[in-house]
Design a protein around this ligand. Structure first.
Ligand SMILES: Nc1ncnc2c1ncn2[C@@H]1O[C@H](COP(=O)(O)OP(=O)(O)O)[C@@H](O)[C@H]1O
Ligand SMILES: [Mg+2]
Length: 395
């Protein structure tokens, strides 16, 4: 359909397989229809290469919508042509045909994260996969944010992240992306409700807005619910309330990324990536007081300055598990109590050094943590203390 033509909104016509565009690109199949475009898998008849072509949906009845769509496409073409990154499709060509706009880019084998999540119906996705993808997305954002003219992606969400069969992550859809300079207050609002940072509702976007959207994407992937703020400072349900199997440290990480206040989030995508990797490598410690994530080895919490040494030096954490000095591991309180009961010497040792209370705090068992602390500070015969602790903890 011609670009200037008036047509009702609903009739989006897909190009039929076999259609040849510009005497060169033969449509193989429709990949996906997005908000602004239809993506096709095509063959370049000149080189026999396979590409993806994104066609701008052009049947908007309002001229203002058509103009917006045209600008979106031009922006996407301009930005993509400036970027060379292995996790972003390379732009090969762009053209208009019959007034319709087309982008020719690398074809990405795979599905987007929204499709991926819907395959896990009624089940939660593996936390480790989400953390790994989160770290890779942080790297791509870090690249964009540190270009000589930084690019803010502005529309990070599961549908705009593709995952290949070999688990490579690719960022697609640069329709809303832009330089910081262009997105000062007053610029059009961009992004998708549920994923866009609150400041984007006021027409402002910067690197930490992408940090927010990455947090929101991880929140969705781990709970199948969007953290719906709609630009407001309302309380967001902690991720762990929706999915109790999420570890406290991942919960803290995601909730920090989606803080309403920009200054409370990670201050860059790079920092967020570092923190995610630290969680993956277990080189972090969560502050018992304010729950911030700190680098292992820190003496005091960077956020509230509470002492971290006791937790640090205990050296009894392996991921979520508690490691006894005998090497035995407990992955939940029940197991810990059982191991301590069968090895009172070790139990006394860990109780006396405050290890149990730190670990209970770390896994979010605050009541058990309090009981362990009470028994430790009572002093006296520690074996008696341990027995009392085992008794009270089971009540
Ligand atoms: N280069 C590509 N190769 C393969 N599939 C793609 C490619 N780009 C986008 N897609 C798929 O098409 C969908 C829509 O594309 P997108 O660029 O996000 O369009 P929109 O701007 O309409 O949201 C994406 O969610 C993704 O699944
Ligand atoms: Mg999209």
């Amino acid at each position: 359909m011609a670009f200037g033509e008036e047509k009702s909104e609903k009739a989006v016509e897909f190009l039929k397989p076999g259609t040849v565009l510009r005497n060169r690109y033969r449509v193989i199949s429709v990949v996906q229809k997005g908000a602004y475009g239809i993506v096709y898998k095509v063959e370049d008849l000149k080189t026999s290469s396979i590409y993806a072509i994104k066609e701008m949906i052009s049947n908007f009845t309002e001229s203002i919508d058509r103009e917006k769509a045209r600008l979106t496409f031009e922006r996407e073409a301009r930005l993509l042509s400036q970027i060379t990154h292995q996790n972003i499709p390379c732009l090969h060509n762009y053209f208009t045909d019959g007034g319709v706009y087309y982008l020719v880019m690398d074809y990405v084998e795979g599905i987007n994260l929204s499709q991926f999540a819907s395959r896990y119906r009624g089940k939660h996705l593996p936390e480790r996969d989400i953390l790994e993808w989160g770290a890779l997305i942080s790297d791509i954002l870090t690249y964009l944010h540190s270009l000589p003219e930084p690019i803010i992606f502005r529309d990070l969400k599961p549908a705009n992240v593709m995952i290949t069969p070999e688990k490579r992550v690719v960022l697609v859809d640069f329709g809303l992306a832009g330089m910081i300079k262009q997105s000062k207050k007053g610029a059009p609002r961009g992004g998708t409700p549920g994923y866009a940072a609150p400041e984007q509702y006021m027409g402002y976007a910067e690197a930490r807005s992408d940090v927010y959207s990455l947090g929101a994407t991880m929140y969705y992937m781990l709970s199948k619910k969007k953290p719906d703020r709609r630009g407001k400072a309302n309380q967001i349900e902690p991720l762990r309330n929706l999915n109790p199997s999420v570890s406290p440290i991942t919960n803290a990480l995601v909730m920090k990324a989606i803080e309403y206040d920009i200054s409370h989030r990670f201050q860059s995508a790079e920092e967020m990536g570092d923190k995610i990797r630290a969680v993956l490598e277990l080189g972090t410690v969560i502050c018992p007081k304010c729950k911030s994530i700190n680098q292992k080895g820190s003496q005091v919490c960077f956020e509230c300055e509470a002492a971290l040494t006791r937790v640090e030096q205990s050296d009894v954490f392996s991921g979520q598990a508690f490691v006894f000095r005998s090497g035995q591991q407990a992955s939940n309180p029940e197991e810990l109590l059982l191991i301590a009961e069968n090895n009172l010497d070790d139990g006394v040792y860990h109780l006396k050094h405050g290890h149990f209370e730190s670990w209970f705090e770390y896994i979010g068992e605050e009541q058990l943590s309090r009981i362990a602390r009470r028994m430790r500070v009572q002093g006296g015969n520690m074996e008696e203390g341990l027995k009392k602790f085992l008794k009270y903890a089971r009540l």
